[in-house]
Design a protein around this ligand. Sequence first.
Ligand code: IMP
Length: 450
Amino acid sequence: MIVASLQYHMCRMSNTSIAVLGTQWGDEGKGKIVDMLTPNFSVVARYQGGHNAGHTVYVKGQKFVLHLIPSGILHPGVTCVIGNGVVVDPKALFKEIDELARMGIAVDGRLRISEKAHVILPYHRELDVLSEARRGERKIGTTSRGIGPAYEDKIGRRGIRVCDLLSDFPALQEEVRENVSARNRIIKDSTLDWRPVFDQLVADGERMRPWVNDVSLFLWQAMKEGKSVMFEGAQATLLDIDHGTYPFVTSSNASVGGVCTGLGVSPKAIGGVLGVAKAYTTRVGEGPLPTELSGELAERLRESGQEYGASTGRPRRCGWYDAVVVRYSARINGLDALALTKLDVLDGLSEVKLCTGYRTAQGLLTEFPANLKTLASAEPVYETMPGWSSPTKGAKRMDDLPVEARRYVQRLEEVSGVSCAIISTGSDREETIVRPDSAITSWFGESVRA
Ligand code: IMP
């Protein structure tokens, strides 16, 4: 017992394993931050979601969009992990692996998929679309990737896991048969045959076999050897099934709790939490967005921020920065610092606004409400600040920023209750400010460069 705890303590002392996650409604620009920090890690591990995520990374002007495999795969020598909390669509996985191979990136030996991860079955996508159609006006605005139905099967204890595809085929056959007949009862006049579904799953399992692993054990051993792990979030805190704007959420725990359940690691393994926040707010899909803008200003942010979904191409809804949201995220996730992205998108605006509270029928709220009706009718309380005419685009140091932009960042930090360790001023890796004496330098030393 004493030995085990000592060993654990030793491994804690030598690791700087960090969670990097979204603090708003997703699409905060996590891809770039994750990509930039990856050289500090031996392993990048995803803990939830599926191919509903879309991480766009630009390397030397070339655009990469990854949905399922952590973008760490673009860095030679880094091992990428897909945790048990992720739902895996084999077709999407193979497509990504094949695309990476075409770009000269081999995943063999560098990819580990949890044997406990649940599989998205071919008809989950169909059920996703059907459930949205049934909700009509109340639709969630899902990515139609079958994510929700796959998690429903997991929680309903009828899901099929990656390990189920690798052996005991009679048991798998039974499961598939039952699942397909349940599906046939849901979809009117449907007579899907279970056999091709089963055959496909066995073939998928065979292709996946070399990458399948006990991910929890792998991570534990890696950390014990002093290797550091980045726990990479997908979607974001306000899309978390428990803490987000339910029911307009994704079906997993995108906030920090998901790291432990979605990878089988102890909370003590998380050495720090970096929240990614956009300098304004966006969301795709339905559900309340208190600071949402319309008209010319919304269009202006959408165009200059290229606010179109990486997975679905849908235009994102845009609004001012909401400090109530980020304060809430800071509390839920225990954020040590923020990586503030897309500051340059605000360049050229005559004024910029920060939301610090909501006016509601119940009075002034400064904490994020659970009740969606309250949220939907909330009127944002804004602080208005002067904008800046000279560009922040490409700035690498705080001193390079116009004074108004510096003041905006400072006030944003004050009202959010968390400071910015990184400020992103463009889509390229180089276009980044890493602040000295921030959480980043305390985790990784002064050598972190964009
Ligand atoms: P689902 O995850 O496809 O079930 O969609 C549920 C909600 O999460 C919808 O509002 C989606 O638009 C949103 N969502 C899912 N993945 C992402 C993402 O990567 N970025 C932003 N929103 C997402």
